[in-house]
Design a protein around this ligand. Sequence first.
Ligand SMILES: C[S@@+](CC[C@H](N)C(=O)[O-])C[C@H]1O[C@@H](n2cnc3c(N)ncnc32)[C@H](O)[C@@H]1O
Length: 163
Amino acid sequence: MIYLIGCLIILMFGVVVLFGAPYLPTMRTQQDEALDLLGLKPGQILLELGSGDGRLMRRAASMGIRCIGYELNPILVIVSRLVCWRYRKLVDIRLANFWTVELPKVDGVYVFLLDRYMNKLDKKIAQDLAPTKLVSFAFKVPNRRIDNQVGGLYLYKYKANKS
Ligand SMILES: C[S@@+](CC[C@H](N)C(=O)[O-])C[C@H]1O[C@@H](n2cnc3c(N)ncnc32)[C@H](O)[C@@H]1O
């Protein structure tokens, strides 16, 4: 039984690698820097693609920011709902593959993914979410101008589509 549970847990953390970055949390200092860069006000909406254990959303919600998180790993969805329980009226965590859903219009987006997904992410944000702001931790968006940078955090401002 324990062996089966162990295998299931490994599977849930491992299978994510086929669709995006594996779980690795953003540390508190970088969370604060990311939220500073995004500059969202209370009542505005932050979207976290691959929301992990929910720590960044809890921090954002403590500032009155509304949050929507997409997370593929069911264990992390449960953990993050518990982590954000105090702010449950502000935080909405969805079990889904963010590449395959229609994303809601938001004021800012936060990601900590992998280099190989940044091009695909850029297209999705430009097509589906612009105008908005994106902060990416550790990985730059290729061929897009960085609007601001703090350490390994990159801010991009997407303008509205002309069509
Ligand atoms: C590097 S971790 C970052 C976690 C969190 N954003 C943070 O910064 O603390 C990437 C997260 O994205 C999730 N993830 C990867 N690909 C995904 C996808 N296609 N849809 C939803 N979640 C995904 C992983 O399960 C993991 O929790």
